[in-house]
Design a binder for this molecule. Structure first.
Ligand code: URA
Length: 430
């Protein structure tokens, strides 16, 4: 077999076989196939696509390019959730302990934020002592004992994705539905979970900018999961506005905690209930959505979800005792005042993500250090009525705040005479 022939075949819109795809993944991961040939094939895939079968072969080849975790010894259904990334997305931090409090076993590997999207690992590390680098044995042990652990991506898992993702980033081939689907699914499948909820964010703050694209990606990931014997559900959720009222790290952890206690903002709480209900049904813990919602409500109201959160962060090295009123204590703050009245309309989530990043909440380059105090509080969120002179948003940082950032946010909003119809959950696919 020759890689040149495989490139030509895809460039001529033909369907690749399992052997050809495995040959490419093995050869590229081992270094036998150079970047320039891999780039040519990735571009041919981006331009000419792949059918579901080819994408499943690609996913499987990538998944087995490294270690695959084996949970068979634990004798429990392992659940996982994954978000394609957004602004203010703290869903995992609130949802995972709620699910664990309800007897599901959550074993999750998360990513860091890059660019305008925040990462769960960075948010968790804003809790002093929280250890995201558990050894494989400690990961297994924590999940067994506490039914929950969230750790960083292990280096030995899916090395093919690491190499291919870096190459896609610099060859204009990130934005390809089969390549995104195989990248996400290979990592989820290698983690070994049986029930996976994929939260596909949709809107200008997300990878998928419109509902059709999001549905195509979601449907494809479900098809891959089915071929590989996993239960997958997809929720397409709104990322045209930031999620909840906070963007940053400590500030988002605080909002997640408030939500676990039942005091979360409406849009974020709706996603927690919806995603939780989907996973409880997928894992066979609830008969229907109504029953699942009641179960979630119960552990939020009786405090078991918060107790599980505390147990979890303790198990990974952080104490809840640090969470006093001075835990979130930014040195600088800047309030943005409304210059007119009306129902607030946020037109662009990405602008909020970029301002949060510039305040220090995210990284411009991979090696940048995060300022855990930095972020944005949305005193008013979409559809709230605002009176001229009221505080719209508050910016926080440990460094002096550039006043020009105010204009960046003001150009991303408008005021409407009537409220809008905005749904946090746009579609569910099972
Ligand atoms: N997230 C991933 O892990 N891979 C992609 O290709 C896109 C989003």
């Amino acid at each position: 077999m020759r890689i040149n022939d495989i490139i030509v075949k895809k460039a001529e819109k033909q369907v690749l076989t399992n052997d050809e795809i495995e040959f490419f993944i093995k050869g590229y991961t081992s270094g036998e196939i150079p970047d320039y040939q891999a780039s040519a094939l990735l571009m041919a895939i981006k331009l000419n696509g792949m059918n579901d079968e080819e994408t499943a072969y690609l996913t499987k080849a990538m998944m087995y390019s490294g270690k695959v975790l084996d949970w068979s010894w634990i004798n429990r259904t392992i659940v996982d959730k994954h978000s394609t990334g957004g602004v203010g997305d703290k869903v995992s931090i609130a949802l995972c302990p709620i699910l664990a409090a309800l007897g599901l076993t959550v074993a999750k590997m998360s990513g860091r934020g890059l660019g305008h999207t925040g990462g769960t690992l960075d948010k968790l590390e804003s809790l002093e002592g929280f250890n995201i680098s558990l050894s494989e044995e400690k990961f297994y042990e924590t999940v067994k004992k506490h039914d929950i652990a969230i750790v960083g991506q292990n280096e030995s898992l899916v090395p093919a994705d690491k190499k291919i993702y870096a190459l896609r980033d610099v060859t204009g081939t990130v934005n390809s539905i089969p390549l995104i689907a195989s990248s996400i699914m290979s990592k989820k499948l290698a983690t070994g979970s049986n029930c996976i909820l994929l939260d596909v964010k949709c809107g200008n703050g997300a990878f998928m900018k419109n509902l059709d694209e999001a549905k195509r990606l979601g449907t494809l990931m479900i098809a891959i999961g089915k071929r590989l014997n996993r239960k997958i559900a997809v929720e397409i959720t709104n990322m045209s506005q930031p999620l909840g009222k906070t963007i940053g790290n400590k500030i988002e952890v605080l909002e997640a905690i408030e939500t676990i206690k039942g005091n979360g903002p409406k849009d974020f709480s709706e996603i927690i209930y919806s995603s939780g209900a989907t996973l409880l049904q997928l894992a066979g813990k609830a008969k229907n959505e109504k029953e699942a919602i009641l179960m979630i409500d119960e552990v939020i109201k009786n405090g078991k979800a918060y107790d599980k959160f505390v147990e979890w962060i303790n198990a990974q090295g952080a104490s809840e005792k640090q969470l006093t009123s001075s835990w979130f204590n930014p040195k600088y703050k800047h309030e943005i005042i409304a210059t007119e009245s009306g129902f607030l309309k946020i037109n662009s989530a990405i602008d909020f993500g970029i301002v949060a990043m510039k305040l220090g909440a995210g990284r411009v380059k991979k090696e940048d250090k995060i300022d855990f105090e930095a972020g944005i509080y949305l005193n008013k969120s979409t559809n709230e009525f605002v009176k001229k002179g009221e505080v719209l948003f508050t910016l926080y940082s440990s460094k002096k705040i550039d006043k020009n950032l105010e204009q960046d946010l003001l150009k991303a909003i408008e005021f409407s005479k009537t409220p809008l119809s905005i749904k946090p959950v746009l579609a569910k696919l099972i």
